[in-house]
Design a protein around this ligand. Structure first.
Ligand code: GLN
Ligand code: ZN
Length: 757
C-alpha cells in the first residue's frame, strides 16, 4: 500500500492564534503557562485536522514558538555567550531573547530560508563551541501526540543543513567542523525518540538542493554514516525540498536511508533518476503537492503520470506527500468567504492540500471512489479558462513587445548631460526612499474608512493633508528631491495589486514570515493589466505643492511578482512582463503629468534569484528585462530611480548595472565594508545613493558620523555619482527621530559640498 503523509503543518493557526498568544506573552499580558496551553491546544487541533484528513503519517516538532532553526540551536545548546546560558535546559526567556534581543543584548541574526519568504534565526557558533542536548521539545511533543492517540513522525532539521546555514563568531572556523559533536546530540535525540515509541523520524536536509561543495558532502557523509550506523534509532526519512538532488543520488545510494523525500513539484525530473539510482530498499516519498503555492493540484494528471511508474516499482515503499512543509502555505481555504467562486474553486491551502495528498494516494492504491472523485475534482483544470483569467488584449500586448521598448532613448552618459541641464540638482543631492512615518492618525483614518465610518472624500482629504505636511517638512529642512510620503499605501505590493486586474486578495491567507510576523500575499490569478492611473493624482498633488522635484513612487514588476502567489500556467517571465507593461503605463502617465523623477522600487530583486547559480542567468535575463520594460518609455530628461534594501551586490552587480536606472538607492549603513569592496572592483556607471543611516533603529545618527561615511564612499564612488539618502523608507519610524536624523543628514551633505569647493 502507498501511504500518505505530511512534512509539516503551519503552526500559526487559522486565526493567527500563535501570533496573538506569543505577542501577548511578550507584552506581559499572559503567563508562560497560558502561552503553553494555547500552543498545546493548537498542536492538538492541527494533529486532529491531519488525522481527520486520513493521513497515515503525521509530523510532530513542526510546531515552534519562533523558528525551527532557533529550536535546533536550543536543542543543541548552541546559545551564544552573550545570553548567559550556563547549561541545563534552555528556557523560554533565553529562547525569545536569542530571537528578539532585549535592551542589553542584541538578537541573533535573521535571514531568508532558502528561496521562501520565511526567515530563520542564523545559528551562531563561538570558539570552543560544545553542543549538548538542551531541550526536550522534540521528545515532549512526540509524547504529547502519543497521549492523544497519534503516533507522529517527528521532524528535525538535519545537522548538515543546520551547521551549513550557521555562522562562526568570530569568523575563524567552518561551522561544518562541528559535525561530529552535533551528531552525538542527534544520536541521543534519536535514541530517546526510539525509546518513546517513534518508528520513524524525518530529518530535513534541504541543503542538498542548493550549490554544495566538498565540505558539505564530507560532513554529510560523516553525519549519516554515524546516524544510520547506530542500531538504537527509528527509521530515517531524509527530506529534501526546494529543488533537485539528482547530482547527489549516487552518493545517497551508498547509504541505507529508509526513505528519501523528493520535491517533485519544483524538480519533477529527479523522480526517474531516483528510481534508477537508489536501491529498492530505500523508500521514496514523492512530494507532488506544492507546499509553496495556493493552487489546486491537477490530481488527474498526477495520477496518470505516477500510475505507470508506481506499477513498476517492485518492492519499493512509496509515500505521497506535499513537496515541502506546508508552513509556507496559508492554513485553510474554507474560511474565505469573499473570493469569487471561479477563483476559489482553483485554490487549495494547507488543509485542502492534505485532502489532495489523501485522494491521490487512495486513487493510486486503486480505490475506485477516489478515482471518480479525482476525475470530478480535475474538472476545474479542463474547464475553459474564463474571461476572468485571460485577456486577449494583454496577450496581444505581450506579443507586441519589442527589444527597443526595454531600452532608454540614449545611453546613460548622454542622459546624464540632459538631466544635469534640465533638473539642475546640486552635487550630492539629498533625498529619502519614499515613505514617511505611518502615524497612528494615518492608520486610524484607513481603519475608519475600511469600517465605513468615514467616506472616501474624508479619507482622501486626510491623506492629502498628510502629503502637504510631509512636503512642507522636506522643504523646511532643505532636502533636494522630495517625496509625497506614501501615507495612502498600506503595503507597497498590495496597494498596486488592489488596483490591477488579475489580482485577488484573501481574508485569512496568512503565512509566517518570521517569528510572530505573518504576511498575506496577494494572488495573481489572471492576466495583469491596469484599467486606470494608480498614483498619478497623488503625485500631481504633491508636485503642485513645491517648486522642488517630487519623485513619483512605484513598486517594480519583480517585487510585485515575488511578493505574490503566482500563476503556474505560464512562465514567471510572462507574468513579470504583464506587470511591467502595467507599470510602464503608469510611468508614462506620471511623465505626462509633469513628474520628472520617478522611482520604481525593487527590494525583492535579489531574493528572486534561484538557489542554484546555474539558473541565475536565466533569471536575470527576464528580471532585468521586466524592470527595463517598465521604466524605459521615458524621455532622456526624466530621471528613473530604483531602490533595493540591501547592499550585498557581490554576485549581482552586473545585473544591477544592467537595469540602467539613472539612480539607485541601496542599503549600506549597516554593512559598508562589503559594499565598498564591490565598488572598488566595479565601476558602477550610473548614480548611486548608498544609505548613510540605518532606518531600522530609532537611533539618531550624528552629522560627523554620516560625513565620515560619505567620505569613505567618495573614495570608491565619484562625487558626481553620489546621492545622500537613508537606507530605506521611513514608514516604521516615528517623527521625532525621523526629523532629527534627516536634519543631520542634510547637514552632512552640506558639509561635504563645502569641502568639495
Ligand atoms: N518606497 C518604499 C518606502 O519607502 C520602499 C520600501 C522598501 O524598500 N521596502 O517605504
Ligand atoms: Zn528599502
Amino acid at each position: 500500500m502507498i501511504k500518505c503523509s505530511n512534512n509539516g503543518f503551519p503552526r500559526i493557526g487559522a486565526d493567527r492564534e500563535l501570533k496573538k498568544a506569543v505577542e501577548a506573552y511578550w507584552k506581559g499580558l499572559s503567563t508562560e503557562g497560558q502561552l503553553q496551553d494555547i500552543a498545546a491546544d493548537l498542536r492538538r487541533r492541527h494533529w486532529q485536522v491531519q488525522k481527520d484528513a486520513g493521513l497515515d503519517i503525521i509530523p510532530s516538532n513542526d510546531f515552534s514558538f519562533y523558528d525551527q532553526m532557533l529550536d535546533t540551536s536550543a536543542m543543541l545548546g548552541a546559545v551564544p555567550a552573550r545570553y548567559g546560558f550556563t547549561g541545563g535546559k534552555v528556557n523560554l526567556t533565553t529562547y525569545f531573547t536569542m530571537a528578539r534581543g532585549n535592551d542589553r543584548k542584541v538578537a541573533m541574526e535573521m535571514t531568508k530560508w532558502f528561496d521562501t519568504n520565511y526567515h530563520y534565526i542564523v545559528p551562531e557558533f563561538n570558539v570552543g563551541q560544545i553542543f549538548s542536548l538542551s531541550t526536550s521539545k522534540v521528545i515532549d511533543q512526540f509524547n504529547e501526540a502519543r497521549e492523544l492517540g497519534i503516533i507522529t513522525r517527528p521532524v528535525l532539521i538535519g545537522p548538515v543543513t543546520y551547521l551549513a546555514l550557521g555562522k562562526a563568531r568570530p569568523d575563524c572556523f567552518d561551522p561544518l567542523d562541528l559535525i561530529d559533536n552535533a551528531v552525538e546530540v542527534y544520536k541521543e535525540v534519536l535514541a530517546k525518540l526510539k525509546a518513546a515509541g517513534a518508528d520513524s523520524v524525518q530529518i530535513d536536509e534541504p541543503i542538498l538542493t542548493i550549490d554544495t561543495d566538498a565540505r558539505h558532502i564530507a560532513a554529510f557523509d560523516k553525519a549519516y554514516r554515524e546516524i544510520l550506523g547506530t542500531i538504537n534509532r527509528p527509521a530515517i526519512h531524509l527530506a529534501t525540498y526546494f529543488g533537485d538532488i539528482s547530482e547527489h543520488l549516487p552518493m545517497l545510494a551508498k547509504f541505507n536511508f529508509d526513505f528519501i523525500h523528493l520535491d517533485l513539484d519544483r524538480a519533477p525530473e529527479q523522480l526517474n533518476a531516483a528510481l534508477k539510482t537508489l536501491p529498492a530498499k530505500t523508500g521514496l516519498s514523492l512530494g507532488v503537492i506544492s507546499g509553496r503555492n495556493i493552487w489546486k493540484a491537477n490530481l488527474a494528471a498526477l495520477y496518470q503520470k505516477l500510475k505507470p511508474i508506481l506499477a513498476d516499482r517492485g518492492s519499493r515503499n512509496i509515500i505521497i506527500a506535499p513537496s515541502c512543509s506546508l508552513q509556507h502555505s496559508p492554513v485553510d481555504l474554507g474560511r474565505e468567504s469573499a473570493l469569487a467562486p471561479e477563483i476559489k474553486e482553483k485554490l487549495a491551502f494547507a488543509v485542502q492540500k492534505l485532502s489532495e495528498v489523501k485522494l491521490l494516494t487512495a486513487a493510486l492504491n486503486g480505490e475506485k471512489s477516489a478515482l471518480e472523485q479525482i476525475e470530478k475534482y480535475s474538472a476545474v483544470f479542463n474547464a475553459k479558462n474564463a474571461a476572468r483569467f485571460t485577456d486577449p488584449a494583454v496577450t496581444a500586448r505581450i506579443a507586441a513587445i519589442s527589444p527597443a521598448m526595454a531600452n532608454r532613448q540614449s545611453a546613460y552618459p548622454q542622459r546624464r548631460l540632459t538631466q544635469e541641464k534640465t533638473l539642475g540638482l546640486p552635487l550630492l543631492p539629498t533625498t529619502t526612499i519614499g515613505s514617511f512615518p505611518q502615524t497612528p492618525e494615518i492608520r486610524k483614518a484607513r481603519a475608519d474608512f475600511k469600517a465605513g465610518s468615514i467616506d472616501m472624500a474624508a479619507y482622501e482629504q486626510s491623506m492629502r493633508d498628510e502629503v502637504a505636511r510631509v512636503v512642507k517638512f522636506q522643504e523646511e529642512i532643505g532636502l533636494d528631491v522630495l517625496v509625497h510620503g506614501e501615507p495612502e499605501r498600506n503595503d507597497m505590493v498590495e496597494y498596486f495589486g488592489q488596483q490591477l486586474n488579475g489580482f485577488a486578495f484573501t481574508q485569512f491567507g496568512w503565512v509566517q514570515s518570521y517569528g510572530s510576523r505573518c504576511v498575506k500575499p496577494p494572488l495573481i490569478y489572471g492576466d495583469v493589466s491596469r484599467s486606470a492611473p494608480m498614483t498619478v493624482h497623488w503625485a500631481k498633488y504633491a508636485q503642485s505643492l513645491s517648486k522642488k522635484y517630487v519623485k513619483g513612487m512605484l513598486t517594480g514588476p519583480v517585487t510585485i511578482l515575488k511578493w505574490s502567489f503566482v500563476r503556474e500556467d505560464q512562465p514567471l517571465s510572462v507574468t513579470a512582463n504583464q506587470i511591467a507593461l502595467a507599470i510602464r503605463d503608469e510611468v508614462a502617465d506620471l511623465e505626462d503629468a509633469g513628474i520628472n523623477i520617478i522611482q520604481i522600487d525593487e527590494p525583492a530583486f535579489r531574493e528572486g534569484m534561484p538557489l542554484k547559480t546555474s539558473q541565475w542567468k536565466e533569471y536575470f535575463d527576464w528580471a532585468v528585462n521586466a524592470f527595463k520594460l517598465a521604466t524605459c518609455s521615458v524621455s532622456d530628461s526624466t530621471q528613473i530611480h530604483t531602490h533595493m534594501c540591501y547592499s550585498d551586490f557581490n554576485a549581482i552587480i552586473d545585473a544591477i548595472a544592467a537595469l540602467d536606472a539613472d539612480v539607485i538607492s541601496i542599503e549600506a549603513s549597516r554593512s559598508d565594508i562589503k559594499l565598498l569592496d564591490v565598488f572598488n572592483d566595479f565601476d558602477y556607471p550610473n548614480e548611486i545613493g548608498p544609505g548613510v543611516y540605518d532606518i531600522h533603529s530609532p537611533r539618531i545618527p550624528e552629522v560627523e558620523e554620516m560625513v565620515e561615511l560619505l567620505e569613505k564612499m567618495l573614495k570608491v564612488i565619484p562625487a558626481k555619482q553620489l546621492w545622500v539618502n537613508p537606507d530605506c523608507g521611513l514608514k516604521t519610524r516615528a517623527w521625532p527621530e525621523t526629523k532629527a536624523a534627516l536634519i543631520n543628514m542634510v547637514k552632512a551633505a552640506e558639509t561635504i559640498r563645502k569641502r568639495a569647493k
